[in-house]
Design a protein around this ligand. Structure first.
Ligand SMILES: C[S@@+](CC[C@H](N)C(=O)[O-])C[C@H]1O[C@@H](n2cnc3c(N)ncnc32)[C@H](O)[C@@H]1O
Length: 413
């Protein structure tokens, strides 16, 4: 049973304390799953925030959802934390989660409107004795298709939220410490709008956009880090987060990012070409030029093939070695050994398999678009045919300058 205690502010904010949820938590978990920040991402954020020079005060999540992010902050940072959630059911779940965690004593849950800083602070102050916010984390609810929606449709509204909290959040020389967790599908124009919203309330704030990948061939998260959480002098940072919680980063050094006209080549791949499949966070974050420099090339020297946004390719002069700063952002690299003029389907598997056998390739990772309903059948069939072969791993990609598919033999790692 949830006890909504008598601590209710004049504005109707209510402190939620949980002894027992009363309903099966799995049912609520299912309901909030779509919104929840993956634990590995929450923990990563908490780890990097713990390295920042944060002032004293409370860490606030004014749109906390299930509260997972705040739980991670409370684990890694020695600060009291406050979660605010509008939906009573989610606020109950949030409080329940905190009560189950071993380090719960420093986290409070308030059910109410996170944009009402005064109402929230009256409870925060009486519970924690703190009068200021040292860091704000917000992951606003957003319409499903954010490409076509306005920034103003995020809930809570960023401009209203920041305006309301400006009185309480600590603002240092680089601005306030904030993590704005946004949709990776935001358009450039919307990113600029968000920067304007921040600067209108906190002028001269340092800001770094962070593009995070967990290696699944897409950008998993996009967030704007500000103040002490930003990389001072860097507008953009790419992060590759690994399953074991470790991570690799690449950021710009204050130089102009990729010019928007850096473009993509329609180069037709040739036998013997050395290609690398690059994590999409690199082009998305505008760090192709930085990638080139860190890989030992001049800016603009590499040929980039970007037929599919999810699978950008770079044509290399030589292999990228494991010690290189950019190696974490190379999904795979290999030499072109053959091409297939037909698309990949149940009819063409056999010719692909013979091409693989001719080149001593024993496994093929499909790195080109393929109808999802066919994916399992095709990969199972390939595994069946090539199962007895001893050889190297290979991968199949789309060509830049034709409709062909190109088979590559992976380089030894
Ligand atoms: C994207 S979810 C946050 C998910 C969270 N990061 C997690 O891991 O569970 C956004 C949440 O903001 C809440 N919300 C929207 N407007 C709000 C407001 N004005 N005040 C407080 N919460 C609000 C929604 O109910 C929703 O649960």
């Amino acid at each position: 049973m949830i006890l909504g205690f008598d601590m209710t502010s004049e504005t109707g904010h209510k402190l939620v304390e949980s002894l027992d949820l009363g309903v099966d938590p799995r049912a609520i978990k299912k309901e909030v799953r779509r919104l929840v920040t993956p634990k590995s991402v929450s923990e990563y954020r908490a780890k990097i925030s713990s390295k920042a020079n944060l002032p004293e005060g409370v860490i606030l999540d004014p749109a906390a959802g299930s509260g997972g992010q705040l739980l991670a902050y409370s684990k890694y940072l020695d600060r009291p934390c406050a979660a605010v959630e509008l939906s009573p059911q989610r606020a109950d779940f949030c409080a329940y989660q905190f009560s189950k965690a071993s380090n719960n004593s420093s986290v409070i849950t308030i059910c109410g409107d996170g944009t009402d800083a005064q109402g929230v602070m009256s409870i925060v102050e009486s519970k924690t004795g703190q009068t200021s916010i040292c860091m704000l984390h917000v992951d606003p609810a957003r319409p499903m298709d954010t490409q076509k929606h306005a920034v103003s449709e995020m809930q809570p509204s960023l401009s209203v939220l920041l305006e309301s909290w400006s009185e309480y959040i600590h603002v240092g020389p680089d601005g306030p410490a904030m993590t704005l967790d946004l949709s990776p599908r935001l358009a450039r124009q919307q990113m600029l709008e968000i920067e304007d919203i921040v600067l209108a309330v906190f002028p001269r704030t340092s800001m770094t956009w962070e593009w995070l990948s967990r290696g699944g061939g897409r950008v998993d998260r996009l967030c704007l880090q500000t103040g002490p959480l930003a990389d001072i002098g860097s507008a953009s940072r790419s992060v590759r987060l690994w399953n074991d919680g470790s991570f690799s980063t690449l950021h710009d050094d204050g130089d102009i990012l990729d010019a928007s006209d850096m473009g993509w080549s329609d180069y037709k791949l040739c036998l013997g070409d050395l290609v690398a499949l690059i994590d999409p966070v690199i082009p998305k974050s505008g760090l192709r030029g930085v990638f080139e420099e860190c890989a030992g090339y001049a800016r603009g020297e590499l040929v980039w093939i970007g037929k599919s946004e999810r699978r950008p390719l770079a044509l290399l002069h030589e292999e990228i070695h494991s010690g290189s700063e950019v190696r974490p952002f190379v999904v795979t690299q290999g030499v072109v050994v053959g091409r297939m003029a037909s698309k990949l389907d149940l009819m063409s598997i056999d010719s692909l398999a013979s091409l693989a056998m001719e080149n001593n390739i024993a496994t093929i990772q499909v790195r080109c678009s393929l109808e999802p309903r066919l994916h399992k059948r095709i990969t199972d069939r390939l595994r069946q045919i090539l199962g007895q072969i001893h050889g190297s791993p290979g991968f199949l990609i789309e060509d830049g300058g034709s409709e062909d598919l190109v088979l590559c033999k992976e380089l030894e790692v």
